[in-house]
Ligand binder design. Structure first.
Ligand SMILES: [Zn+2]
Length: 186
């Protein structure tokens, strides 16, 4: 399913919407600008006076006015395995092998049993054998140094991680705001 990228008035990404959800913003006259390309044209009712059917075209990217109450830079994206494995490009953080997401696990660099937290900065994708081998040890104790560093995705990265079917123009828009060192682009 195609998703429409909704932006706040300051250009900050706010949500992925269905075409129907996006159409509600169009119909309410809330859309202040558009980018990307037309994605869908929806037909409404027939105007009794003109006999014309109303029509509404939804773009792949649109903005509304207003900034929202929350500072987007204060938001830490929700940690899920799905997004974690995509952040780490389905690559085990210890042996470097590529795996199907079904064969990966969320590995806590500082184990939970030793006070480690379940946060983006303390987790990497790991294959099962590496996860088992490392167990409740720290990387240096297990002689298993990390081959890449964990990081907390920015809001823009998170938007990319949340949508598996991003259109090229949406990707281009979001990727223009990725920090250096992001593993997500490309
Ligand atoms: Zn491994």
């Amino acid at each position: 399913m195609i998703h429409i990228l909704k932006l706040a008035g300051n250009g900050i990404p706010q949500a992925w919407l269905s075409v129907e959800e996006a159409a509600l913003h169009y119909a309410a006259g809330e859309v202040t600008w558009e980018a990307g390309q037309p994605i869908a044209t929806l037909h409404g009712g027939t105007n009794a006076a003109s006999g014309r059917r109303s029509e509404l075209t939804v773009n792949s990217i649109f903005g509304v006015s207003g900034f929202g109450k929350v500072n987007p830079f204060d938001i830490v994206p929700l940690l899920t395995n799905d997004k974690l494995f995509r952040r780490d490009r389905n690559t085990c953080g210890y042996c470097g092998d590529h795996h199907h997401p079904h064969d990966l696990e969320r590995e806590h660099i500082v184990p939970l049993s030793r006070g480690g937290r379940d946060t983006w900065m303390n987790v990497v994708a790991s294959c099962r054998p590496c996860n088992q081998k490392k167990g409740a040890k720290l990387p240096h104790e297990a002689h298993m140094p990390l081959i890449y560093a964990p990081y907390t995705p920015s809001l823009w990265e998170d938007m990319i991680l949340r949508n598996r079917r991003i259109l090229a123009d949406q990707m281009e828009f979001l990727a223009a705001n990725l920090p250096k060192g992001s593993r997500i682009a490309a």
